[in-house]
Design a protein around this ligand. Structure first.
Ligand SMILES: [Zn+2]
Length: 91
C-alpha cells in the first residue's frame, strides 16, 4: 500500500459538509459546496498525517474534541457566508 499525505481537516470537512448544507438549507450545487469547503479550510490550521490510503478515516479519531469543534464552527460560518454570496453563476 502506498503512503500518502492527507490533511485530516479536509477529510473531516468533506465528511461533515453534506450534513451542514442540509441543516442550513444551503444550495447543494458542487460550486457552492466546494466554496464552503475551501472557505472553511482556509480558516483552520491543517492537520497533515502520513498514512496509508484508506486509513484516513480511522485517523480522524486522533483529532481533539476542541479541534473538531473549531472545525465545525468554521464550516457552519463558511456555509452562511457562501449562502449569502453564492458564486454558482460565475465560472
Ligand atoms: Zn450553488
Amino acid at each position: 500500500m502506498e503512503i500518502v499525505l492527507k490533511n485530516l481537516a479536509e477529510s473531516l470537512i468533506l465528511l461533515k459538509l453534506d450534513e451542514c448544507v442540509e441543516k442550513l438549507g444551503c444550495c447543494k450545487c458542487e460550486k457552492c459546496r466546494m466554496d464552503i469547503a475551501s472557505y472553511a479550510l482556509n480558516r483552520i490550521p491543517p492537520k497533515y498525517v502520513a498514512t496509508y490510503e484508506g486509513e484516513v478515516y480511522s485517523k480522524l479519531d486522533t483529532l481533539s474534541l476542541q479541534y473538531e469543534t473549531d472545525l465545525l464552527n468554521a464550516l457552519y460560518h463558511a456555509a452562511r457566508v457562501v449562502a449569502q454570496n453564492p458564486r454558482h453563476e460565475e465560472l
